[in-house]
Design a binder for this molecule. Sequence first.
Ligand code: NZQ
Ligand code: ZN
Length: 386
Amino acid sequence: MTNFEFKNPTKIIFGKNTIEKLTTEIPSEAKVLLLYGGGSIKKNGIYEQVKTALANFEVVEFGGIPANPEYTILMQALKVIKTEGITFLLAVGGGSVIDGTKFLSSAALFEGDTPWDILANSIPTTVGMPFGTVLTLPATGSEMNSGAVITREETKEKRGMGGPGLFPKFSILDPQVIKSIPKRQLANGLTDAFMHVLEQYMTYPSGGYLQDRFAESILQTLIEIAPKILNDPTDYTAASNFMWSCTMALNGLIQKGVPTDWAVHAIGHELTALFGIDHARTLAIIAPSHYAYNFESKKEKLAQYAERVWQISEGTVDEKAKSGIEKTKAFFNDLGIATKLSEYTDTYNGTAELISKRFTERGWLGLGEHKTLTPNDVEKIVEMAY
Ligand code: NZQ
Ligand code: ZN
């Protein structure tokens, strides 16, 4: 296990009917900007709960943040923050609304030329405008981490940002919100959380016994609750385990002291930027090819995963490792998620070369846990995923 430091300052308020706690979590003198997405919160009762809790606050609203939060729309929200003298941001939504809010938290205090530089030049945010979240969709873990991913349609880019100033002050996690989520988004959430764990686990044995078992326990829980939550999103036991698993998958804990990969996400973001494919689905497309391409360096962990998570006890290390990849694919397929790029678009010719070229231009010359995956390797992985 390697040395590490761990600090996660986000207060989690978890459970039934917890949205009313907003009243005591936001500073009483704050001028609040309530941020939300395309309007689902107005149909499922979450908006009313939030408004009731904020009855005694000065509140301005900004709705319409789309899935894959769009830079130009966020720039409109930034104008509202400045003209209204906003002092506290409240995100009510899934990863897109929360990530958009993180961008605004950073941009509101940014002193450079254009806020896009925060993303293009990987400028870390050490201090941001304070914000809290009401999570409406378990998936990304954004409610308890300090990262965000922002899309720019104009240039077909999707770039990450982060920094210690971007942890939410608090996040309210009421698993009852799950009941209105469409099946497609539930499947996405399960897949995204599953892949977050794999990005921090599917590397090489490094003596992180506890981290390995944290990771395996989240994977096993997601596998156990997946059919239950798809069948009945009002099942509170399944919903609460789903929500907490997604948060734990990417709040920084399981990656401490161990190597991490994240190449699947880096490549996946390009597929969203180029084709608009849902984030989770891009991961399901790339992961099987990535693991097959890097089989030699990942096979020990793949075999451990097959044994411990999928109870595959027969065969050699190579055979078990291959079964691990097959089981992963089958898990995504069972959720209704296709794992080939050709199942999403007919216009993928040239995609692999384009992604490889972009990575070269950005200087991303060595990805993965060994930092050895070159743009040329990335090109081959994308080709395998067609
Ligand atoms: O926009 P509304 O109308 O609210 O509808 C949303 C949206 O259409 C809907 N939804 C959310 N909660 C609902 C609901 N519908 C009914 N009932 C509810 N309770 O679901 C749709 C998808 O929402 P979105 O926020 O886009 O989904 P998700 O949480 O999967 O977020 C995806 C974004 O997060 C980024 C992704 O790249 C993508 O941009 N990620 C952020 C990460 C982070 N900050 O740590 C890590 C991830 O790897 C990921 O990259
Ligand atoms: Zn993800």
